[in-house]
Design a protein around this ligand. Structure first.
Ligand code: FUC
Length: 348
């Protein structure tokens, strides 16, 4: 197994580097130090043909210009915070209103838009790239110096492990995830409408028209949100459920996971035979079916359109700070934030 390093252009005079982890099966994962963005993942289809299964660009300029968080680590707080403000230990904090008067994915210059320090680790059965960043007290309005490490590890079982470890010197909010858009057809040959998803989840969060949680947990029973026995993404696009319609015909919802690290998220593409199994220690996964991707640019020659990829954002609950009954996303001084998600690529 090995890691290749290559220049990936410059952004505002800063050199960007691409790290490609390669395992003995021939699988490759490329990540850049700008936004910890995963630009490419090659995975075998049922005939053993390796093709790229995520949306990404080959130049950093395209990321800076167009990217709806393709492959990036989002934070300090992934998802939305209503009104772009919150109170913590009696103090009010104001954040960027970058989404309909609300705060989204860490603000104007979130973790997806900064250059991280990188280190590589090579072992016999796994290779890793460790990205680190110190988000200063007050950056994007958040309190506390928050030190975060993101480790991408590729194993010889075609598994990509993403782990996060963070510490703060003041009470703050933390919710981080990876925002990869998957498309298992290979090289974006088809959209994701016929991808089959299985989720161990009985409940999802109700959203208001600006995609802010109302505070209600809805049952998946008898809706297109019931993925417990597997269903195609197209079901939610065609569904009359007001929550599917409000998400731009599809899904943009946090699902509460009933199990962790037990095959809780499985995405399949019948035609290529590819299967992605996602396992996490996080309590929820946001399923976003790319309904806001209206286009005007291309991804490696493929015009961007809705449903070209889907995100499986493992994380805590959005806007948790405004809902006392949601599990907290508060991190205090002396505590360590830890999170791990594994993406295993196999075949049917
Ligand atoms: C997802 C969604 C959002 C948004 C963004 C690009 O996480 O929850 O609605 O459009 O990504």
């Amino acid at each position: 197994m090995k890691i290749l390093q290559e220049p990936f252009g410059e952004l505002k005079g800063q050199a960007i580097t691409a790290y490609t982890m390669v395992n003995n099966q021939g699988m490759e994962v490329t990540a850049i130090d700008y936004g910890c963005i995963i630009t490419k993942i090659t995975a075998p289809d049922r005939n053993g043909t390796f093709e790229n299964v995520v949306l990404g660009f080959d130049t950093v300029d395209e990321y800076a210009l167009h990217s709806p968080y393709f492959g990036a680590v989002v934070g300090r707080f992934a998802g939305r915070i209503a009104g772009a403000e919150f109170e913590l230990e009696g103090k009010k904090y104001l954040l960027a209103k970058n989404d309909n008067g609300n705060h989204l994915h860490g603000g104007l210059q979130g973790f997806d838009k900064i250059v991280w320090a990188a280190e590589t680790v090579e072992k016999a059965d796994a290779v890793s790239v460790v990205f680190s960043y110190l988000s200063k007290d007050g950056e994007e309005g958040y309190p506390g110096n928050f030190d975060l490490k993101v480790t991408y590890t590729l194993t010889d079982d075609n598994e990509l492990q993403v782990s996060y470890t963070g510490e703060t010197d003041q009470t703050t909010l933390v919710n981080v995830t990876n925002h990869s858009y998957f498309n298992l057809s290979g090289e974006l040959k088809r959209d994701i409408l016929n991808h089959q998803l299985t989720l161990k989840s009985d409940q999802f969060l109700e959203l208001d028209p600006h995609l802010i949680p109302t505070g209600e947990f809805l049952s998946v029973e008898n809706t297109a949100f019931d993925f417990r026995n597997g269903r195609k993404i197209i079901d939610g696009v065609q569904a009359e459920h007001p929550q599917n319609i409000l998400a731009g015909k599809g899904y943009d919802h946090p699902f509460l996971l009933t199990e962790n690290q037990g095959g809780e998220i499985v995405l399949e593409d019948e035609e290529s035979g590819r299967v992605l199994t996602v396992e996490t220690d996080q309590l929820a996964v946001v399923l976003y079916t790319g309904s806001q991707m209206t286009g005007g640019y291309s991804v490696r020659g493929v015009p961007v359109r809705r449903y070209l990829g889907l995100c499986l954002e493992t994380q805590g609950l959005p806007d948790s700070i405004h809902h006392a009954h949601f599990p907290s996303s508060i991190l205090k001084k002396g505590e360590t934030f830890e999170s791990m998600t594994k993406y295993r690529f196999g075949v049917l």
